[in-house]
Design a protein around this ligand. Structure first.
Ligand code: ADP
Ligand code: MG
Length: 397
């Protein structure tokens, strides 16, 4: 689960990280009041969407102005004008896709005197199985270019989870970021704070870009992007409250209500599978035959007829879906139950795209019989390979 920048900063602040004062506003009316609570002379007006690259983004609407989604203002009036220009408009960044994201809230923040912009993130290093800091002196809005053209300027520092962030780790991090004097002293405080927030709140990623050294040599967290491990959210009701469903894929929200593991993807073949391994294999084989999966969808081990129907309807909501492949191994789940769910959903949704169904396992004969006798236009398949071939052929026509 992702949260907004202003929420991420509040979480980090509660652990003691240095962040600027600021206020999130949801309407133009709140803008002037929020600006008045900050001292100036510089205010920063920041679009809050669950995507990065806002500074360099562009609004779709002409009346939002030419500037990006993060704007400097030198008076409360300018704050007001910028909030008015951006609120409700659609911001397109390199992370939103061409459709962009609507800006429904804006963070008004105290401006900082920036000496240098650094990059600092924390994630789990899959290669070593350890939490790791990823840092660079080349922070700011061009970090993607740095990663591409000069990857040697991005350093990974693994943390031993049995020790936490040690003095030696802090020393190494400060060296990598070229922090000295006051900035180094701040770094020795900040890195353990970030690590504590990351581990205690079960974050899957914490990205601070930029982490700045100010003119007075103190460090400040100037941007914060945080995602949490969805499987650990039950331990953090305070974090769960920060969820903003307007930022999430409608299909994924509906799927979570049905307890379905569903992830939207860019392809044209909708997949309904049980078990994550089989789902991955199904996606792989679709690609092997030259098509692309439109989603990952795991209906789980013991799905009911209703759950299967719900999954089917969610898949059908994606306008890019040109064909559906149902690939179920009936272990705990019975093939006849799946077949009934599929038939019910096909009838309800007036399915207009080709559907290939491959069933195997418990009650497979009964399941196949139900499908064959349904009178619906369903293409049966015998195995995974056959199924993938049939659905990719069907969408080519
Ligand atoms: P994004 O990464 O989505 O573009 P950032 O929050 O990183 O958004 O803001 C983009 C740039 O705007 C930063 O790199 C920094 O130069 C500037 N900026 C952001 N917040 C402030 C602030 N409070 N004071 C001064 N400059 C800021
Ligand atoms: Mg940033």
């Amino acid at each position: 689960m992702n949260i907004h920048e202003h929420q991420a900063k509040a979480v980090l602040k509660s652990f003691g990280a240095p962040v600027a004062d600021g206020y999130a506003v949801f309407s133009v009316d709140e803008a002037a009041e929020a600006a008045a609570k900050l001292p100036g002379p510089l205010w920063v007006v920041k679009s809050q969407i669950h995507a990065g690259g806002r500074g360099k983004g562009k609004f779709k609407e002409a009346d939002a102005g030419e500037k990006g989604g993060v704007r400097l203002a030198f008076s409360p009036e300018e704050v007001y004008e910028n909030v008015k220009a951006m609120l409700g408009k659609t911001l397109v960044t390199h992370q939103t896709g061409p459709e962009g994201k609507q800006v429904n809230r804006i963070y008004i923040e105290d401006g900082a005197d920036i000496a240098t912009e650094l990059y600092c993130s924390l994630l789990v290093n899959r290669e070593t199985g350890q939490p790791a800091f990823v840092v660079s002196t080349e922070g700011g809005m061009d970090i993607e270019d740095v990663a591409e053209s000069t990857p040697e300027k991005i350093l990974t520092i693994n943390i031993d989870p049995t020790q936490g962030v040690t003095e030696a780790d802090c020393e190494e991090l400060c060296k990598a970021l070229k922090l000295e004097g006051t900035a180094k002293e701040d770094g020795f405080k900040l890195f353990p704070i970030l690590y504590k927030a990351f581990t205690e709140k079960d974050m899957s990623m914490l990205e601070i870009n930029p982490l700045i050294v100010m003119e007075d040599q103190h460090l400040r967290v100037l941007d914060a992007k945080v995602s949490f491990d969805g499987n650990a959210l039950f331990r953090h009701p305070d974090i769960m409250e920060l969820r903003d469903t307007t930022e999430e894929d409608e299909k994924e929200i509906e799927a979570s209500e049905w307890d379905l593991a569903y992830i939207s993807l860019d392809g044209n073949i909708g997949c309904m599978v049980n078990g994550a391994g089989l789902a991955m294999a199904t996606m792989d084989i679709i690609k092997l035959y030259g098509a692309e999966p439109a989603n990952f969808c795991d209906v789980g081990g013991g799905a009911s007829k209703e759950k299967v129907a719900a999954a089917f309807k969610i898949i059908m909501k994606d306008p890019n879906v040109e064909g559906i492949l149902v690939n179920i191994f009936g272990g705990i789940m019975k093939c006849d139950v799946i077949a009934e769910g599929v038939i019910a959903a096909v009838k309800e949704t007036n399915l207009s795209v080709p559907l290939v169904v491959r069933l195997e396992g418990t009650n497979v004969e009964k399941g196949k019989e139900i499908i064959a006798n349904s009178g619906l236009n369903v293409i049966p398949a015998d195995d995974l390979d056959d199924a993938a071939k049939k659905i990719t052929d069907a969408v080519k026509k």
